[in-house]
Design a protein around this ligand. Structure first.
Ligand SMILES: [Zn+2]
Length: 273
C-alpha cells in the first residue's frame, strides 16, 4: 500500500447527484431495506482505475487481466462487525455508515481477496478467514460515529491509502514479508490491524511479492553492473523507473528494494523513491 492523493473534485459527476438521490430514499427505509447501487457503477470503477491504476489500493496486486476489482467502502455501508462470534459469545454487529454508501472519498478499488471474506492460508501456513468484509475497527469503540458529523472524531485502525501514509505503519522485508512498523518500541496499531484484517501477509500474496522482488532485484543488479563498468544501464534503468510508477503493482515493496541497494545512485539516475 502506498499513499495516494485523491484529486479534489475527481468524483464522477453523476455519482454526486445519483448518490444524493439514493441517500434520500435510504433515509426513509429501515436499515435492512436500504439499497446501495450507485457506488458500483462502471463510471466509479473506471474513475478509480484511471486515477489509481488497475490495481488493489490495499495490497497493490494487479487487477488488470484477471478481475474488474471491487469498489470497496472504507467505512462499511450496511453493517459493521464489532466483535466476531466465539463459542460463548454472539457476534456484535451494528448498523453501518449508510450515509457514506455513495460518497466518493469512502470508495476504494480493491481485489476480492483483500475485500471479501474467504478462508486462505496466512503467512504462518495456518488457514483463517481473511478479508476486510464488514470490519472497521477503531482505537476507541466509544467514539464510533452514529452520524455524519461525528466521523471525524473516530480513529480508524485500518489504513486508508488516501489519508494515511502506509510507509509510516508497514515495513516490507526483502523476501516480500510485511510487518507493522515499530514506533518507540511498539508495533503500529494501524499496521498490525491492517495486516490482519486485509490479509497483507497472506501466503499467496507473499509469494507474489517475492516473485516481483526477484524481477526488481534483477533490474537493480544489471543497472549496478552497468554503472560499475561505465556502461549505459539502458533498458534496466527504464525497468526500475517503471517499477516505481505509482500505478504499478507492489510499489511500496519496490521502493524498499531500490532504496536499499541503490540509495547512493538514486539522484544521479534521476530515480525517486
Ligand atoms: Zn488486495
Amino acid at each position: 500500500m502506498i499513499k495516494i492523493t485523491r484529486p479534489r473534485d475527481s468524483a464522477p459527476a453523476d455519482l454526486i447527484r445519483r448518490g444524493r438521490a439514493e441517500l434520500r430514499k435510504n433515509l426513509a427505509l429501515e436499515p435492512k431495506k436500504r439499497v446501495f447501487k450507485e457506488y458500483g457503477s462502471t463510471a466509479v470503477r473506471e474513475r478509480l482505475a484511471e486515477l489509481f491504476g488497475r490495481k488493489c489500493m490495499f495490497c497493490e496486486s494487479l487487477l488488470a487481466g484477471t478481475q474488474s476489482g471491487d469498489v470497496e467502502h472504507y467505512r462499511p455501508k450496511g453493517k459493521v462487525v464489532v466483535t466476531v462470534k466465539t463459542a460463548k459469545v454472539a457476534a456484535e454487529v451494528i448498523p453501518g455508515y449508510f450515509w457514506l454508501g455513495a460518497k466518493w472519498p469512502n470508495l476504494l478499488l480493491s481485489c476480492s481477496d483483500c475485500n471479501r471474506p474467504r478462508t486462505q492460508d496466512d503467512f504462518d501456513g495456518n488457514a483463517r478467514v481473511i478479508g476486510k468484509a464488514n470490519f472497521f475497527p477503531l482505537v476507541d469503540e466509544t467514539k464510533r460515529a452514529k452520524g455524519t458529523w461525528r466521523v471525524r472524531q473516530e480513529e480508524p485502525l485500518l489504513l486508508n491509502p488516501c489519508i494515511d501514509d502506509p510507509a509510516e505503519h508497514l515495513v516490507f522485508l526483502e523476501d516480500g514479508r510485511v510487518e507493522a512498523r515499530v514506533i518507540d518500541g511498539v508495533p503500529s496499531a494501524k499496521g498490525t490491524a491492517s495486516i490482519y484484517y486485509l490479509g497483507l501477509a497472506r501466503a499467496e500474496l507473499l509469494q507474489m511479492r517475492a516473485r516481483h522482488g526477484r524481477m526488481v532485484r534483477a533490474a537493480i543488479r544489471h543497472t549496478l553492473s552497468a554503472l560499475k563498468e561505465g556502461r549505459d544501464p539502458g533498458a534496466d534503468l527504464e525497468d526500475l523507473e517503471a517499477f516505481l510508477m505509482p500505478t504499478e503493482p507492489y510499489v511500496a515493496f519496490s521502493r524498499v528494494l531500490i532504496y536499499k541497494y541503490m540509495r547512493e545512485h538514486l539522484a544521479a539516475l534521476g530515480l525517486s523513491v
